[in-house]
Design a protein around this ligand. Structure first.
Ligand code: ZN
Length: 344
């Protein structure tokens, strides 16, 4: 298997985020890549850096899923923020257009509120380089599959599935899974994204909600009581050309592996009816019982079953790392998934 990780990804190292009103250490940092990489090494897999990417081509592909002003914002906001009087080292919102605003502001504070959905996406001086490198890893994995590999993996961190057309949130800035699907679309008429992260992939859903060429499906802890709160219901099924091409399966908090696998089976059945010819797996590992974001109670062995089941879908597949936070189990959970995936 080809597995990608760009060393520049560690340049995004947010020190903290706001949780229940408290500033706490961010669980989404470079240590995740170390733990995940150690897990891959356990099963004899190693990461390679993507070849130097063509920046213009990457931007052109990102523009198929994100707005131009959002990409410009991510690239320029740190410098503009620092030019404000008394600005902190970290870019973070303190105002939001709740209920939707009427115009796009020029002021950096307004733009940060417009584009940053929550307090879990702080940016430092090097963040943009790290964010772009994460996207480049997803792009490289998708290109490997386009070049004939049956499957490839991208260790994307920061993750991406909460990032919408022009919104960062939940540690996510650029939607790496959506980017992988966008690259695959250059060869495939219909592509599917299957999201098995603990959290609903609201950004991915938003990007493709009205499109009929990319099917999106997500199983996740019920968002009535869980992040991202405002999306993820079973009644969100797509609109316009995308009507029927989005499926959400919310699971009760505390659901176990058996419930998870039954939901995965339903998702796969619906996905197959869409007749895609290529797949992106948005691979979160935070459904594990020990994950600090605590929502479901999967065991490590359950990820082997998930891997086996997904490997049985014999389409060209890009596996994109989404969530899964530092615990003694994180590396082992990726290893468990890979053992299941590569065995079959
Ligand atoms: Zn997650």
């Amino acid at each position: 298997m080809q597995l990608y990780y760009h060393p520049d990804q560690e340049r995004h190292a947010p020190p903290s985020f706001l949780l229940r009103g408290r500033q706490v250490a961010s669980p989404e940092g470079p240590v995740r890549a170390e733990l995940l990489s150690a897990g891959l090494a356990e099963c004899g897999l190693s990461l390679v850096a993507p070849a130097a990417s063509d920046g213009e081509r990457l931007r052109e592909r990102l523009l198929r899923i994100h707005t131009p002003r959002y990409l410009d914002f991510l690239e320029t906001i740190y410098a503009r923020w620092q030019a404000l009087p008394d600005a902190a080292e970290i870019v973070a919102p303190n105002v939001h257009p709740c209920g939707g605003g009427h115009h796009y502001p020029r002021h950096p504070v307004g733009q940060v509120g417009w584009h940053m959905h929550d307090m879990a996406c702080p940016m430092t001086a090097d963040s943009f380089a790290g964010i772009l490198a994460s996207a480049a890893s997803a792009e490289a994995a998708a290109e490997a599959v386009m070049a004939g590999k049956r499957y490839a993996y991208a260790l994307c961190r920061p993750p991406g599935h909460h990032a919408g057309p022009e919104r960062a949130g939940g540690f996510c800035f650029l939607n790496n899974s959506a980017l992988a699907a966008t690259v695959l679309r250059e060869q495939h008429e219909r592509v599917a994204i299957l999201d098995v992260d603990l959290h609903h992939g609201n950004g991915t859903q938003d990007i493709f909600y009205a499109r009929g060429d990319v099917w999106t499906g997500s199983l996740h802890a019920d968002t009535t009581d869980f992040y991202p709160f405002f999306w993820g219901g079973a009644d969100e099924t797509g609109e316009g050309e995308g009507a029927g091409a989005n499926l959400n399966i919310p699971l009760p908090l505390g659901s176990d592996g058996a419930t998870f696998m039954a939901a995965l089976e339903r998702l796969i059945e619906a996905m197959q009816a869409f007749r895609p010819t290529a797949l992106v797996v948005a691979l979160g590992l935070d459904a594990h019982k020990a994950d600090p974001l605590a929502g479901l109670v999967l065991e490590s062995e359950d990820f082997t079953l998930v891997g086996q089941r997904l490997a049985a879908i014999e389409w060209p597949t890009v596996i994109v790392q989404e969530g899964g936070y530092p615990t003694d189990y994180l590396g082992a959970n990726l290893a468990a998934f890979m053992r299941g995936y590569c065995q079959t």
